[in-house]
Ligand binder design. Structure first.
Ligand code: ADP
Ligand code: MG
Length: 366
């Protein structure tokens, strides 16, 4: 067990009976393609959220997170979940959707311990929900496969937490094992798991910039895509190919460029999958840079700081590619480092960035 039994016992006055975990994730490529019903390619990171559980014979849930300071376990009754607008909603949301689906289960004491950076874009939220669902699945032998589990986690986050997220995070957290990437079709949810070649070494650096209006800008991008799809007569931008780009570029600014990002990004995901499958990391690196340029120039979701991080990475010998990862307007970059170089490269890029930007970045991976 990763979770300290003594702490569990001190808190709940009984022994934990099982422990499960789920990983955080980073998106390798395929940004702002999910809501356009296109392709994404996330992979799991080494950090995980662990949940230790002891089942209860009543309908009470007590939940404690080591990442939340100075609290007593939060206690509630199954069937009486009430949003509180804090971390407990991720746990309550999970039991609420299990109840709605008529699964048969009882209460539990839960101890949560995580090494996934919280609120940094590495999907600590999906890791938490997937881990809690796994704990209930195992304790109560719930007939839930990994895809059904991901769907329930998404529903809990949408309906109970109130975050309008897509299903990418939950799918990769639920389905991918260590060193696997998930090639996912966001329209059909068809997927393929790819094992990353051993030479793939990733680094993730957070810029320390969080854009105040990122939620509003995200909505604006989604609305622009919907307008462009309607103007071009397709259900979603996913239905366009590079041959449609001349037509798209005739749309009023900035719609053409938004379409060009989405269409070329979908192509890049397909090319990245092929590059990984034949072990061509130089090509994967080129696709990272091209994706970044497209997000910067056409989709306009990068900021000065994330551009600087990518340029500093590009200047490093030990780097094959780098790009903004996640929704943008600040946030993190993902670096494809050469074998054995990720730690060193990340430290050097961080130091140069902090010096030049006056901000404090954080190396999240490795
Ligand atoms: P991200 O998923 O990128 O980390 P989110 O804002 O989607 O960011 O989710 C972060 C929220 O998830 C936290 O504010 C907290 O409510 C909850 N959370 C995630 N991990 C934990 C944890 N280990 N303990 C308690 N709450 C957690
Ligand atoms: Mg999240």
């Amino acid at each position: 067990m990763t979770i300290d039994r003594d702490r569990f016992v001190a808190l709940f006055e009984r022994q934990p009976e099982l422990e499960v975990s789920a990983p955080g994730r980073v998106n390798l490529i395929g940004e702002h393609t999910d809501y356009n019903e296109g392709f994404v390619l996330p992979t799991v990171i080494p950090q995980r959220t662990h949940v230790a559980l002891a089942a209860r014979s009543d309908r009470v849930v007590r939940a404690f997170s080591a990442q939340v300071d100075g609290q007593a376990p939060f206690e509630y009754r199954l069937g009486a979940e009430q949003p509180r607008r804090d971390w407990t909603d991720y746990v309550q949301g999970v039991t609420q959707v299990l109840g709605e689906e008529r699964f048969i289960f009882g209460g539990a004491d839960l101890f949560i311990e995580s090494s996934v950076p919280v609120g940094s874009g590495l999907s600590s939220s999906a890791a938490l929900q997937v881990a809690v669902l796994r704990a209930f699945r195992q304790a109560y032998s719930l007939p839930l496969d990994d895809v059904a589990l991901a769907r329930l986690a998404k529903r809990a986050e949408n309906d109970f937490v109130g975050a309008p997220v897509g299903i990418m995070d939950q799918m990769v957290c639920s389905l991918a094992s260590d060193r696997q990437a998930l090639f996912l079709d966001a329209r059909t949810l068809e997927y393929r798991l790819l094992t990353l070649p051993p030479e793939v070494e990733l680094a993730v650096i957070n810029s320390g910039v969080a854009h105040q209006h990122s939620a509003g800008d995200y909505r604006t991008r989604r609305a622009e895509c919907e307008r462009a799809a309607a103007a071009l007569g397709v259900p979603a931008l996913r239905d366009l190919t590079p041959a449609d780009l001349p037509r798209a570029m005739a749309l009023p600014e900035p719609l053409g460029r938004r379409v060009r990002h989405v269409v070329t990004e979908d192509e890049r995901v397909l090319q990245a999958v092929a590059a990984i499958e034949r072990g061509d990391l130089a090509e994967l690196g080129r696709l990272f840079y091209a994706s970044h340029a497209s997000m910067r120039d056409d989709y306009e979701v990068s900021v000065r700081e994330t551009d600087l991080l990518v340029e500093l990475a590009r200047a490093e010998d030990g780097v094959q590619g780098a790009r903004l990862t996640g929704g943008g307007f600040g946030g993190s970059i993902v670096i494809l480092a050469k074998p054995g170089k990720s730690r060193e490269v990340a430290a050097r890029v961080k130091a140069a960035y902090d010096r030049q930007s006056g901000r404090v970045s954080t190396v999240l991976v490795p």
